[in-house]
Design a protein around this ligand. Structure first.
Ligand SMILES: NC(=O)c1ccc[n+]([C@@H]2O[C@H](COP(=O)([O-])OP(=O)(O)OC[C@H]3O[C@@H](n4cnc5c(N)ncnc54)[C@H](OP(=O)(O)O)[C@@H]3O)[C@@H](O)[C@H]2O)c1
Length: 267
């Protein structure tokens, strides 16, 4: 059983469907959350449209206006009521853009967003610990949303999706690989003081469906879950289910059996 009073969460990418669903479940369960948003009014509107009460937002949510590639903005989102948060959930990503290229027809509005924001997050944590060394007593756990199709282990993409994943989506996948390898390298540091996170869980979702509505999934218990070594292979998963799974399996269980894993998640 989690003591919610000691568990605060920072959410990045909260106006995207996956992180938004984690945010909603966290707020409804009474967790205190800090969410970084470039456009706070967009996030507030999304939450009210899903039926959350203004009172719940006033009581449990702090929206920090800012950019995930700006260290000062990220620092502000990581500290809630003067204390470093205990969980970080990131569903940051770029907007897909089609371009005239046979080799890379799909790019992103910011093709390096995941890698850059991961570096920014680590720099922000370093700054927080430098300014206040006691802040490193309990470091946050990070859960980030990534993708299937970038595994170094057995193939985790179904045969009929392989051209899409390995050819058409090459640009977004370079960014996801950089994000994952930055975190892997960081967590491999031998000195505890050189690791700014207490644990990391990567969530490699299959093709995402649905939009912003935490009630639109099939339920986190219906999902198939694997790891990089033993992936589950599936076609799609709803954003609502990804977000709910992160809340139930990572936030509520403090990472549980998935700590240190790159989890594959599909319907
Ligand atoms: N599409 C797929 O099938 C698929 C499959 C697996 C994994 N993924 C990945 O899963 C992740 C989550 O996807 P999703 O669909 O839930 O979310 P999404 O629609 O990709 O939303 C991305 C989020 O990142 C935010 N963001 C982007 N740049 C930012 C910046 N510089 N500063 C602050 N916020 C920034 C966006 O905010 P704004 O509202 O301000 O734009 C939005 O909240 C993404 O990384 C996506 O690439 C996608």
């Amino acid at each position: 059983m989690t003591d919610k009073s000691n568990c605060t969460i920072a959410v990045f990418g909260a106006t995207g469907g996956c992180a938004n669903a984690t945010l909603v479940h966290s707020l409804l369960a009474g967790y205190d959350v800090s969410a970084l948003a470039r456009t706070p009014s967009k996030l507030t509107a999304q939450l009210l449209e899903q039926g959350l009460a203004q009172e719940t937002l006033d009581r449990h949510l702090t929206i920090v206006q800012g950019d995930a590639t700006n260290v000062d903005d990220v620092k502000r989102a990581l500290v809630k009521d003067g204390k470093l948060v205990s969980f970080i959930v990131s569903g940051l990503g770029g907007k897909p853009i089609l371009q005239k290229s046979l080799r890379t027809p799909v790019t992103l509005d910011n093709p390096g967003i995941c890698a850059t924001s991961t570096e920014t997050l680590l720099n922000a944590l370093r700054a927080i610990y430098t300014e206040n060394p006691s802040g490193a007593a309990i470091k946050p756990l990070l859960a980030y949303v990534s993708t299937t199709g970038i595994s170094n282990g057995p193939e985790d993409v179904p045969f009929w999706f392989r051209f899409l994943y390995h050819v058409l989506l090459a640009v977004p996948h370079v960014d996801k690989r950089k994000m994952e390898s930055t975190l892997k390298w960081h967590m491999a540091q031998s000195e505890t003081s050189e690791r700014f996170l207490r644990a990391v869980v990567g969530v490699r979702a299959s093709l995402l469906t649905g939009g912003i509505d935490y009630r639109s999934g099939h339920g986190w218990r219906t999902l198939r879950v694997g790891t990089e070594e033993k992936p589950v292979v599936g076609y799609t998963i709803s954003r609502a289910d990804v977000g709910e799974w992160i809340f139930e399996e990572i936030v509520k269980k403090h990472g549980g059996e998935w700590v240190g894993q790159r989890v594959t998640l599909t319907s």
